[in-house]
Design a protein around this ligand. Sequence first.
Ligand SMILES: [Cu+2]
Length: 296
Amino acid sequence: MIKRAYAALAAIACLLFATGSYADQPKPWETGLQEAATGNMHEIRWFEAYTLWFIIPVTLLVLVLLIVVMVKFRASKNPVPSKTSHNTVIEVIWTVGPVLVLLFLAVPSFELLTKQLTFPQNPDVTVKATATQWQWNYEYENSGNNPLAFDSFMLKEPDRAAAGKEDKSKYPRLLAVDNELVLPVNKVVRVLVTAAPTDVIHSFGMPSFGLKIDAVPGRLNETWFKADREGLYYGQCSELCGKDHAFMPIAIRIVSQDQYQQWLTTAAGDLTKANKALMAAVDQPATVNVAENVAK
Ligand SMILES: [Cu+2]
């Protein structure tokens, strides 16, 4: 009996978490930042909200001062302008005030920057992302005898059915790709970013990870992240790189360590098979949810 209750609770939990928690992607009319999926992004979001506490009052103060000056000292009301050129009190205020504001902004800002640029020792996984006009190539380090590297192209509309990616809420147009970059949750991932030798500059950007780094031909840039929840995340090339710049999205699938290991083992031999198996494993709760909706 109790077992059954637990099973029912688990099923309900599955249904609840199946809705909406599977993908992080831009939403129509979104004006804020995407939900954070890494510690750094949590702090970026915090810092953004924090700066607004300074920006809004300063903007309002300047607006009020402008209005006061325009009304109170307009030519008709104030025909003889003041010839005051110095006022020590005011000068001290408008020097010390901004200095304080800048200090309050600079300290957490540099702290955050340092955190982003401090690479954790011994990353769990290292991948290399190479940009080419106009796709990404991902290469996994330490994949042993079976080196794993593959191209990731934007998913073309006619290929949706064959790829099993008909659900546009999960695999949105212009963001979904044929082969996602698959990585484990709660692990430090080091990303080496470059562009093909004779190519142009691109940029590897993943908003919900707080990640953006240039992909420059002949130069190896390094960044890192640690995703704190599973899901399918979308980013884009973030440096204008040519006519198909808007059509080289980045998709990262964050999965459990077990799922990642399984995928890695299979992917070395057959990437399509590994991707299909992974999709079946992670998309299952959502399918149950859809069936439930249809039943109603
Ligand atoms: Cu680009």
